[in-house]
Design a protein around this ligand. Structure first.
Ligand SMILES: *Cc1c(COP(=O)(O)O)cnc(C)c1O
Length: 413
């Protein structure tokens, strides 16, 4: 029998605590191309929990663009973009993203995590103030903490909370920066930030605004320009990722010439990290072309969302943020169901995982989400729709949900 080191003993105790609390996490191994049909550990299932909202992660044209770039540019970029890592494929993608988003310039990062941490740590110092929605993505929380700035947490989607925090942020000598930051689409609740209101408040108080549009980019708005297009806003700092609707990897920051030049000097996750593989940039550029050329993908996604929400409602299943969540004005209308993230809050972590397992047994992969990803007592199934689901897939999921005891309507005899 091997003897645990003191380190392992310590870790084992924590792992046992997680297991006892039903918070232990495991990975399932996927074999093959990502899509709505997945081969997982020897069985086939329908995937209802990825962020590949437009079905581009397995698109042959995107893969072909990557293959061509692999032939032309090889696998690695060899160094940080400031040394030898800035390939013509990166520059082409930055230019295409700037044109698409309508910002003067764009800077690529290896991930959304790196982008958010790099921007916040790079822009803010101890005398500055960051005002942040409490349900912001973990990378925004970590980046904000890392910066050393005063961190003012605002209740979720609470415009009035932003107003109070902005009024309290003092800038007597005009030397300190106040930055408000919010997800535009919240990744676990599927609701929208009250961005028009927050943007107006920022203007009024001379504060800067940053949004993380990881789940809106490519999906929302007639042209797929995301939270900005849907809500008519234009934050100073716009972050979106390419691992979700673009089906590839990495992230970008869009903003002014000055912002991007500053980040090139000061964003540590950009400066001290190897540039992403050129082939990934080429693939993302092809995906960006497709989301512009094929608006029918967004239309199909909307049909699938509507079909699922309608069916769940008929079964008496309540979707959406936890009871008592302060729905912002923009989420109270029809906009809520524009978002492909449809949470089904169960509450208890053990029960959530049991339902998730029961669905998996029936061939449906719907992830259970537990603390610390969501607040205690709000464990949930996070159901996501994709443009490449068929109507029959959605109907089959609804049947399986009913068979697993979700919803108030009994099984038909
Ligand atoms: C996924 C996600 C990120 C992180 O992006 P990665 O590229 O996966 O590191 C950041 N913000 C939000 C809101 C996200 O959903």
């Amino acid at each position: 029998m091997s003897i645990d080191s003191p380190l392992d003993q310590r870790l084992r105790a924590e792992l046992e605590r997680l297991r006892a609390a039903d918070l232990y996490r495991m990975r399932r191994v996927v074999d093959g191309v990502h899509g709505v049909r997945l081969r997982v550990e020897g069985r086939d299932c329908l995937n209802f929990c990825s962020n590949d909202y437009l079905g581009l992660a397995g698109d042959e044209r995107v893969a072909e663009a990557a293959r061509r770039a692999l032939t032309g540019s090889g696998t690695g970029s060899g160094a940080s973009a400031l040394i030898t890592g800035y390939n013509v494929e990166h520059r082409r993608l930055e230019e295409a993203l700037a044109e698409f988003t309508g910002y003067p310039r764009v800077l690529l990062f290896t991930s959304g995590w790196a982008a958010n941490c790099g921007v916040l740590r790079g822009l803010l110092s101890r005398q500055d103030t960051l005002i942040a929605d409490e349900l912001n993505h973990a990378s925004l929380i970590d980046g904000g903490r890392l910066s050393g700035a005063t961190y003012r947490r605002v209740a979720h989607a609470d415009g009035a909370g932003f107003r109070t925090a902005l009024s309290a942020a003092k800038n007597p000598d005009g030397q300190t920066l106040t930055l408000a930051v919010t997800d535009s689409v919240f990744s676990m609740d599927g609701d929208l930030a009250p961005l028009p209101q927050i943007a107006a408040l920022c203007r009024e108080h001379g504060a800067a605004l940053m949004t993380d549009d990881a789940h809106g980019f490519g999906v929302l708005g007639d042209r797929g320009r995301g939270g900005n297009e849907l809500l008519g806003t234009r934050p100073d700092i716009y972050v979106a990722t390419m691992g979700k609707s673009l089906g590839t990897a990495g992230a970008f920051v869009a903003g002014s010439e000055t912002l991007i030049e500053y980040l090139i000097q000061r964003a540590r996750s950009f400066v001290f990290s190897t540039a992403p593989p050129p082939a990934i940039a080429a693939a993302a550029r092809e995906a960006l072309r497709i989301i512009q050329a094929e608006p029918e993908r967004r239309a199909r996604l909307q049909l699938n969302i509507a079909r699922f929400v309608r069916g769940a409602t008929q079964l008496g299943i309540r979707l959406g943020p936890p009871e008592g969540s302060p729905a912002s004005p923009v989420t109270s209308g029809h906009e809520f169901s524009l978002v492909p993230i449809q949470p089904l809050v169960i509450g208890d972590a053990a029960r959530t995982m049991a339902v998730s397992r029961a669905l998996f047994e029936r061939g449906f992969w719907v992830a259970g989400i537990r603390p610390p990803t969501v607040p205690a007592g709000t464990s949930r199934l996070r159901i996501t729709l994709s443009a490449t689901h068929e109507a029959a897939h959605v109907d089959a999921l609804l049947d399986a949900m009913r068979a697993c005891g979700l919803g108030s309507r009994p099984l038909a005899a």
